[in-house]
Design a binder for this molecule. Structure first.
Ligand code: ARG
Length: 587
């Protein structure tokens, strides 16, 4: 158990002894470590409930706690805050206990849940862009975090592989190569094994096809027809689609692999195609469908709405289904597959209305089983102009190029800092890759997910400030201390006093890991972990600058400092691991 949970229990016991609710006993670390290590603010609320003076209640709680051997100071401050300071031996012993625990005192969830996380969401044939990067990085962090806490996670990439873009590509290819067997309506196979196009061809074809369809009504109509025929199962189109998918997935697997992001399910919109007809039938049977201007819709207005809430369109007037229809069918599919407690959608906040409509429709039509549906919305990645980030040529930046640019920038920074100098080229490249990825990922995660941020590689790759490279540097520094310690035969002992200010502060920050993990999990907000990691790095840096480790002559103090450095390293590795950031051995 974490020290915070432990102390909370103790203080809760005291409240209970006084006939008050245990809930008032929650303890947090103090923001004023000079005055207290921990504090409990429950007396104020307890006083309101019991109609008594808060200070009096706090005094009574303190009187009970005073006998506790770990406490140096327990006192009432201000209107009724309970301040707690541990004795130095207790503080050191608690740090040591944490060091020896493989979860570093982070509790497992008392009630693990099954959670589907829908993230990544790349569209087949369309290049992945920074928006997909953000979904991937945030989604991957959440899957790691939920797993760490003990939940059972299934991640689904949910590709956009079934809509109008597919029809556009089919029409575009027919325009270029009408002779291919896929377009012969009389034929039903067999078709060639060899793909007729590469993923680069697709990337080149798609913008052209999209532009054509935009300009020209008949082209648009052709694409719509091809999409409908694909969805109805026209063999040549299905065969062609399979080729598009195979080629795109190869590229996506390479991209996501390079990012260190893995999915349990590689499903997408197409995967529920056959579930659409039965879904529509069941919606019909439930009387959920209404006719509106030729379309079939589900009304999703709820009591208390103060904004207009348009209905969810499930069948368009031309008979086609929508993004919303596939999302409903996907909910049914997920419930049937794993019966999750939660489905998390890590998607751009601009899709807020879509998800609100889908969730309401799913609840209204009882499609979601026990699952709580949550839109984990994130903000836009902008360029320096404050508009969604584009390349210099005005296009969207491909994920692969993005990683290459981050690595390149990382290389410059390493050179600037005279880092990673005396290592083999291969190791150097590996360090640059890790620094570049850490820069990209940390910048993305460190901003509250709902805020927009400006994409600035020059800033993200710096070795000072709140950046990924700064954190990597801190971990590498500790690893290097341990290498040198081993050379001299020094080993970590137990954390023990006397403790200097910087050591005490570092221990107190170390204690915060469990609450950072818990809050990040409860709020689905990775930036809380980044805040913690940054505080830890700063506290470590102060400790490092003020407390000699290898140069310390007293062997007990040296061993204790090594132990503290070891604890801090373990914390970095745990948190960076949850953030999906790899650390190099040296730099
Ligand atoms: N493919 C979509 C896009 O690029 C994201 C998919 C999100 N997930 C979902 N179930 N709708 O915008």
């Amino acid at each position: 158990m974490s020290i915070i949970a432990d102390l909370s229990q103790l203080v809760s016991d005291a409240f209970q002894e006084l006939g008050l609710d245990r809930g008032f006993g929650a303890v947090a670390t103090s923001r004023r470590p000079d005055l207290a290590h921990f504090q409990c603010n429950g007396a104020m609320a307890a006083a309101k409930q019991a109609r008594r003076a808060p200070r009096q209640i706090a005094e009574e709680v303190v009187a009970i706690l005073r006998a506790h051997p770990e406490f140096d100071v327990v006192e009432v401050a201000g209107p009724g805050f309970i301040n707690i300071k541990l004795t130095e031996p207790a503080l050191a012993a608690r740090a040591d206990e944490m060091r020896l625990d493989e979860r570093l005192g982070c509790e497992r969830s008392a009630a693990p849940e099954r959670v589907v996380i829908d993230f990544g969401g790349p569209n087949v044939a369309k290049a992945m862009h920074v928006g997909h990067l953000r979904s991937s990085v945030v989604g991957d962090c959440l899957q790691r975090l939920f797993r760490f806490v003990g939940d059972e996670v299934v991640s689904d990439i949910h590709m956009g592989d079934w809509g109008l873009p597919m029809g556009m590509l089919i029409v575009e290819l027919e325009r270029r190569r009408p002779d291919l067997p896929y377009f012969d309506a009389e034929l039903s196979g067999p078709y060639p094994e060899e793909p007729p196009v590469s993923v680069d061809d697709l990337a080149e074809m798609y913008p052209k096809a999209a532009a054509l369809a935009k300009e020209d009504e008949t082209e648009r109509e052709k694409a719509r027809l091809a999409t409908a025929q694909l969805q109805e199962g026209r063999p040549g189109y299905r065969a062609l689609w399979q080729h598009f998918m195979n080629e795109s997935m190869k590229a996506m697997k390479a991209d996501f692999g390079a990012l260190g992001v893995h999915f349990d399910w590689w499903l997408g919109e197409a995967a529920v195609n056959d579930a659409i007809a039965p879904l529509l039938a069941s919606l019909e049977a439930k009387g959920a469908l209404e006719l509106s201007q030729g379309a079939q819709v589900i009304t999703v207005v709820e009591e208390g709405d103060n904004k207009e809430m348009p209905p969810l369109i499930v069948v368009k007037s031309d008979g086609g289904v929508t993004y919303g229809t596939t999302d409903l069918a996907t909910i049914v599919d997920r419930v049937a597959r794993v019966d999750p407690h939660h489905i998390l959608y890590v998607v751009d906040k601009r899709q807020h209305l879509h998800f609100e409509q889908v969730f309401r429709a799913a609840r209204r039509c009882e499609l979601s089983g026990r699952a709580q549906l949550e839109h984990i919305a994130f903000g836009t990645v902008n360029g320096a102009d404050g508009k969604p980030f584009k390349t210099r040529e005005g296009g969207v930046m491909k994920l692969g190029d993005l990683i290459a640019r981050a690595t390149e920038q990382a290389n410059l920074r390493l050179e600037e800092g005279a880092l990673a100098k005396d290592v083999d080229q291969e190791i150097h490249d590996e360090i640059a890759r890790k620094v570049g990825l850490a820069a990209l990922k940390f910048a993305d995660l460190a901003n509250d997910r709902e805020s927009d941020y400006v994409f600035n590689l020059e800033k993200f790759t710096r070795f000072e400030g709140k950046t990924g490279p700064y954190l990597l540097y801190a971990t590498v520094r500790i690893k290097s201390i341990f290498r040198k310690a081993a050379e001299r035969g020094f080993e970590a002992g137990t954390v023990s006093g006397p403790l200097s200010d910087a050591e005490r502060k570092l221990i107190l920050v170390n204690f915060l890991i469990s609450s950072a993990v818990q809050r990040a999990h409860a709020e689905r907000r990775p930036h809380l972990l980044c805040d913690f990691a940054y505080d830890l790095a700063q506290a470590f840096s102060r400790f490092y600058n003020n407390c000699p480790i290898l140069a310390e002559e007293d062997p007990a103090i040296r061993a204790s400092r090594l132990a503290l450095a070891g604890l801090t390293l373990a914390q970095f590795e745990l948190v960076l691991g949850i953030l999906g950031i790899e650390t190099p051995e040296r730099m």
